[in-house]
Design a protein around this ligand. Structure first.
Ligand code: GDP
Ligand code: IMO
Ligand code: MG
Length: 430
């Protein structure tokens, strides 16, 4: 399986990190291709917890190389902090282990300041961003005023770009948002210090990945966020500023379309969302609180409580269609243990009509009523199950319905956060 892609099928936090860690066994290279440190990917290995924001989730495996592709927006301070924290845990990350694309755009202090100022100004209409400067950084990329990793290697170019960008950004910060301005020289000095440390990591990632694939090595692409946070296909404007769908590996890592043979969609056994925006199956009752508490549903990046609700297969089947998902990995099934009845949303009703897609209009989406199928719950502890047959019959019925309504075969089921707490149904699909 030369090139596999892992994507989130919902609104992020589906458990992509755990799956990437698991799939790294059969890969030589792991690459992030979009998003930035808005992501928080959690792995638990023999009881030890790790949260990655920029470094790919394969990094714990010795002998594997991790890549940050050109489509990722990189905050150098966060990247270096992550490398240092891993070093303190005896996981040493040198350029032999991690490569940063010279074409990746850098998150600058003014991106964070603008992100926060805009959210504040929006008041109740706020998107609920992570405040990490993601949107403003992608804006500059599209406006062709962005600063890329390669600019760290040319101090004069860096200084000129920072100064001219700050001429404009400081105007907005001071005059429009009444926020503090930023001193260009401080930013230049700070980024030149990062440059000294990051220089050995900066490389032509797209070319290196091409060479690996040409040698027949296995490349694993790690998506961030989820399909419904996609700036094109998601619940716009309550989305992130990149494309978390699988096709983005072409633009975001430079991997040709024809290279991909496996696309795994990660599905949480229920639904969560952090931040604002539509969520038709949201629960504000004791069932929602159960998921929130038992699932420890707090954002890995911001610590905000995640909104929780029933599984929505309109959401998941849309993701299957948009990314050409070949196999589904269900996570956090164990969190549902103990609930008496479970609902799965199998379609929406809009103006008396049954539909199976999500309207682009938020007004129409808000008018949709979820149509539910109800299932009996189970009480037995499933965290020690390692085969589908070990699961209670009601649990298997829930999984069968998930598979049927989502439109892609089940490959993996997670029954706990640890690497070991996993049922592999279809090793051939991994
Ligand atoms: P990601 O952003 O998609 O990588 O997901 P996060 O790491 O933000 O959130 C998923 C959370 O669920 C993490 O705390 C994981 O450790 C945890 N997790 C993943 N799979 C399972 C599972 O099967 N069961 C349980 N109980 N927790 C899981
Ligand atoms: P992982 O990779 C969940 C959400 C934010 C907000 C919206 C826009 O861990 O699944 P941004 O800062 O990107 O401009 O915020 O997107 N968001 C995520 N929600 N998981 C994530 O990443 C997210 N990354 C961004 O909460 O609603
Ligand atoms: Mg997360």
């Amino acid at each position: 399986m030369p090139c596999r892609v892992v994507v989130g099928t919902q609104w992020g936090d589906e458990g992509k990190g755990k799956l990437v860690d698991l799939l790294t066994e059969q890969a030589q290279a792991i690459v992030r291709f979009q998003g930035g440190n808005n992501a928080g990917h959690t792995l638990v290995v023999q009881g030890e917890k790790y949260i990655f924001h920029l470094v790919p989730s394969g990094i714990l495996h010795p002998g594997k190389r991790c890549y940050i592709g050109n489509g990722v927006v990189v905050d150098p301070e966060v990247l270096l902090g992550e490398i240092d924290r891993l070093g303190q845990r005896n996981i040493n990350i040198g350029p032999d282990k991690l490569r940063l694309s010279e074409r990746a755009h850098l998150i600058m202090p003014y991106h964070k300041a603008l992100d926060l100022a805009r959210e504040k100004a929006k008041g109740k209409q706020a998107i609920g961003t992570t405040g990490r400067g993601i949107g403003p950084c992608y804006e500059d990329k599209a406006a062709r005023t962005g600063i890329r990793a390669v600019d760290l290697l040319e101090p004069e170019v860096l200084a000129q770009k920072v100064s001219s960008n700050l001429d404009e950004k400081n105007f907005w910060l001071a005059k429009y948002y009444q926020a503090e301005t930023i001193d260009p020289q401080e930013v230049i000095d700070q980024y030149l210090a990062y440059a000294r440390r990051l220089e050995p990591f900066i490389s032509d990632v797209a070319l290196e990945l091409h060479q690996l694939l040409a040698e027949g090595q296995n490349v694993l692409c790690e998506g961030a966020q989820g399909t419904h946070l996609d700036i094109d296909h998601g619940t716009y404007p309550y989305v992130t500023s990149s494309n978390p769908v699988a096709g983005t590996i072409c633009s975001g890592a430079g991997i040709g379309v024809s290279r991909v043979d496996v696309v795994l969609g990660i599905v949480k056994a229920y639904t969560t969302r952090v931040g604002g925006g539509p969520f038709l199956t949201e629960l504000e009752d004791e069932n929602g609180r159960w998921m929130q508490e038992k699932g420890a549903e707090f954002g890995s990046t911001t610590g905000r409580p995640r909104r929780c609700g029933w599984l929505d297969t309109v959401v998941v089947s849309t993701a299957v269609r948009l990314s050409g998902i070949t196999g589904l990995c269900v996570t956090k099934l164990d969190v549902l243990t103990g609930l008496e009845k479970l609902n799965i949303c199998v379609g929406y009703e809009l103006d008396g009509q049954r539909i199976n897609t999500m309207p682009a209009s938020l007004t129409k989406l808000a008018a949709c009523q979820p149509v539910y199928e109800t299932f009996d719950g189970w009480d037995q502890d499933i965290t020690t199950a390692r085969r589908k047959d070990d699961l209670p019959a009601n649990c298997r019925a829930y999984l069968d319905a998930l598979e049927q309504h989502s439109g892609a075969p089940l490959a993996v089921v997670g029954v706990g956060p640890d690497r070991e707490e996993t049922i592999v149904l279809r090793p051939d699909m991994l």
